[in-house]
Write a protein that binds this ligand. Structure first.
Ligand SMILES: C[S@@+](CC[C@H](N)C(=O)[O-])C[C@H]1O[C@@H](n2cnc3c(N)ncnc32)[C@H](O)[C@@H]1O
Length: 224
């Protein structure tokens, strides 16, 4: 690495650290017992659209460290408790390990692999899924075109899974990025869901091109 890029890297790290330490969502996450500030992104989407309710089956793709699963777990619990009775089921999956969350079934594996999909389907056990949430993001190489292709691939797989397993009134929330491939992903959502809403939660940093696509209700013809 050149001296210049080392310096730039340090500056970026310093800026990130400054933002992180002063970030109200980081402080709130510590207070609320969430493993990551990401919890508030899903919370905002859910509160705006009313997606997650007690009694549901929810699948969380790309779940580690577990803040979204923690949020869903609280939504499915009477009184929003972080432990104890759970009304519904949560199946979470990540390529990285995840610390256990009471009542959440965790599968460790790569969502792109057929064998992992088989394990996920077994854990869902043929129950219609009410909500699929995907915060999956690949490690980026910095090469725009191949990163865009990897991001799109994960979202396409999440859409496939949702189409095969969602209840007809169910919903998919998926992280996407503005830039190459975005319009095609919107078209893919529109082809499969009756209602499609792009959503940029306040908790998602302004300078991040990250946004979320929400698809609600499967179109009649999409299920084989
Ligand atoms: C932004 S993090 C998710 C944060 C999580 N929603 C939370 O609230 O704690 C993205 C996750 O996607 C996972 N991921 C990326 N590619 C994956 C793949 N092919 N299969 C499964 N998980 C993947 C990463 O390991 C990472 O943990």
């Amino acid at each position: 690495m050149s001296t210049q890029s080392k310096t730039t890297g340090k500056k970026v790290n310093k800026a990130w650290l400054h933002d992180h330490v002063n970030d109200p969502y980081v402080k709130q996450a510590q207070k609320d017992g969430y493993r990551a500030r990401a919890a508030y992104k899903l919370k905002e989407i859910d509160e705006a659209l009313g997606l997650i309710k007690p009694g549901q089956v929810v699948v969380d793709l790309g779940s580690t460290p577990g803040a979204w699963s923690q949020y869903v777990r609280r939504r499915l619990a009477p009184e929003g408790a972080a432990a104890g009775t759970l009304d519904g089921a949560i199946v979470s999956l990540d390529i990285l390990p995840m610390e256990p969350i009471e009542g959440v079934t965790f599968l460790h594996g790569d969502f792109r692999e057929a064998e992992v999909l088989v394990r996920l389907e077994a854990a869902v056990g043929g129950r219609p899924v009410d909500v699929v949430v995907s915060d999956m993001a690949p490690n980026l190489s910095g090469i725009g075109s191949s990163d865009a292709a990897r991001i799109s691939h994960l979202v396409e797989l999440a859409v496939d899974f949702a189409v095969q397993h969602l209840h007809t009134e169910g919903a998919l929330v998926a992280k996407v990025f503005h830039g190459a491939g975005y319009d095609e992903l919107v078209r893919l959502f529109r082809a499969n869901f009756r209602v499609v809403k792009p959503f940029k939660p306040k908790a998602s940093r302004d300078r991040s091109s990250e946004t979320f696509l929400v698809g609600i209700g499967l179109k009649a013809q999409v299920r084989a």
